[in-house]
Design a protein around this ligand. Structure first.
Ligand code: C2O
Ligand code: CU
Ligand code: CU
Length: 503
């Protein structure tokens, strides 16, 4: 029932947000959604570098609302976790200690690793146990992330919530991963972490009156209750109403949508053009000029913002969801913020700092397009239907005991994802990154012509992706494919594939 109040409370906030969106100078929009929150500096997660990384999943406390501390969880801290910095071609060992008191896992989202190192539902970490993961870094330079990845559903849609991915991520278990390689070394991009190369982890939250994070009943039936964890408190790096001070220069923002279900339509308060330079799994060919960037759950985008002539200015990173209508999130699934503009972060521009980058590069290199002719199934792509009734993929829910797809090592395949539902689903595939071939038969926009591991599939849309299944085979341990709206994943909009050596 508490979830039903979203519309009501959202309505009031939406009225305020819409009113403020008309540029009234007397009562500016609150940054983050709640005007009672005092702005504070954007926290920058500390970095941990390979090759040996220790992560402790632990309980914590944080007062998101003044004087109302809430129990949380984090990696090596109270909420969220450190940024892991890894180098392509090197090896990494990660020891993940579970001190949260219930079973969990930790998945390296976007990483091309052996299935047993993936950290998905088949690599549970018991309370008190340590999971030693190790693998070589084969990924391209880009921004990735890590988070728990349990499968909690028992029976047809009943979930034990504390053992769900949605619950554990909402409590704070997530962190960013930055991969660097020779390509990123050579590009004239901002690279001073926290100075001009800024991690931005976007999350929305809802709180109970006592300040604790929104609770679901511990055994809710997700099949009959389409509840999602959304809210009107917008956190960046775990803090609402954050302010980022930067120099008058080009600034690189590494944006991760780590929200359970929220889609953001990002832009700046002055509608300036910015440039996307990287998508989920690598750099684009050239900076893609944009005024809006749609970022669905689990997607990442690195953007450059040219602030070189803005000394003394203040601008906001804003989500322009007001124009989205019901196209991506229809009634009754929509809340007020799916259809209103709201601010996420304030950016204040000071003097140009030393070693500033002052221009947007013209090019970034090449993206080796996977040729369609390389696919073994171009004429009959492997189908994935994201359906609401019955809820799941290809007519079934995730079943830990069922391998849904078997793929031959070394094959390149085309997958065709269809969405007959009335809402958009961000479809994610584990293992190496893929490329988007077409959306409804047409090539995707420029900023999607690169390496991806999540693709938002709109209602009634058909998306074709191409992916290589190489390097690692394991006939018994699967990888996952799923909707990255975490409550959808938890209820069973997920399936499993193995990559195996041809018989
Ligand atoms: Cu972000 Cu299957 O995961
Ligand atoms: Cu993943
Ligand atoms: Cu979904």
């Amino acid at each position: 029932m508490l979830r039903r109040t979203a519309g009501a409370t959202g309505g009031v906030a939406a009225a305020r947000l819409v009113a403020c969106a008309e540029q009234s100078t007397t009562s500016p929009d609150p940054i983050g959604g709640d005007p009672s929150i005092t702005p504070s500096p954007l926290p920058i997660p500390e970095r941990i570098f390979g090759p040996l990384i220790n992560l402790e999943m632990r309980p914590g406390m944080r007062a998101f609302l003044p004087d109302r501390p809430a129990p949380t969880k984090g990696y090596n801290g109270d909420f969220l976790g450190p940024t892991l910095v890894l180098r392509t071609g090197s090896d990494v060992s990660l020891n993940v200690t579970n001190n949260i008191g219930v079973t969990t896992t930790t998945h390296w989202h976007g990483f091309h690793v052996p299935a047993v190192m993936d950290g998905g539902p088949h690599q549970p970490i018991a309370p008190g146990a340590v999971w030693p993961a190790s693998f070589p870094i084969l990924n391209r330079a880009a921004t990735y992330w890590y988070h728990p990845h349990l499968h909690a559903a028992v029976g047809s849609g009943v979930i034990f919530d504390p053992l769900s991915t949605g619950y554990q991520v909402y409590e704070g278990l997530a962190g960013m991963i930055i991969v660097e390689d020779a390509t990123s070394d050579a590009l004239p991009l901002p690279r001073s972490y926290g100075e001009d190369d800024i991690p931005l982890i976007l999350q929305d939250r809802r709180f109970e009156d006592d300040g604790t994070l929104l609770h679901f009943p511990s055994n809710f039936n997700a099949a009959t209750d389409p509840a999602l964890r959304k809210g009107g408190h917008f956190l960046v790096n775990g803090v609402e109403a954050a302010v980022l001070d930067v120099g008058a220069q080009v600034v690189r923002l590494r944006i991760l949508n780590a929200s359970n279900a929220r889609i953001y339509n990002l832009g700046f308060s002055d509608n300036r053009t910015f440039f996307q330079v990287a998508s989920d799994g690598g750099f684009l060919r050239a900076p893609a000029p944009l005024t809006r960037l749609l970022l669905s759950p689990a997607e990442r985008a690195e953007i450059l913002v040219d602030l070189s002539s803005d000394e003394g200015a203040t601008l906001r990173l804003r989500s322009f969801n007001g124009g989205m209508g019901t196209m991506l999130v229809p009634f009754p699934l929509q809340d007020a913020w799916d259809n209103s503009n709201f601010d996420l972060l304030e950016i204040t521009v000071g003097a140009t700092r030393s070693n500033a980058v002052l221009t947007i590069p013209a090019g970034l290199g090449t993206v080796d397009a996977i040729p369609e002719s390389e696919a073994v199934n171009l004429a009959s792509p492997r189908p994935f239907e994201l359906a609401a009734n019955p809820f799941g993929i290809n007519g079934k829910r995730m079943d830990m005991a069922v391998i849904d797809q078997r793929i031959r090592l070394g094959d390149t395949e085309v997958w065709e994802i269809t969405n007959p539902t009335t809402q958009a689903h961000p479809f994610h595939v584990h293992g190496d990154s893929f490329q988007i071939l077409t959306r409804d038969g047409f090539p995707p926009p420029e900023n999607e012509l690169g390496w991806k591991d999540v693709v938002l599939v709109r209602p009634s849309e058909t998306v074709r992706i191409i992916k290589r299944f190489h390097d690692y085979a394991d006939a018994t341990n699967p990888y996952m494919f799923h909707c990255h709206i975490l409550e959808h994943e938890d209820v069973g909009m997920m399936g499993q594939f193995v990559v195996e050596v041809a018989p």
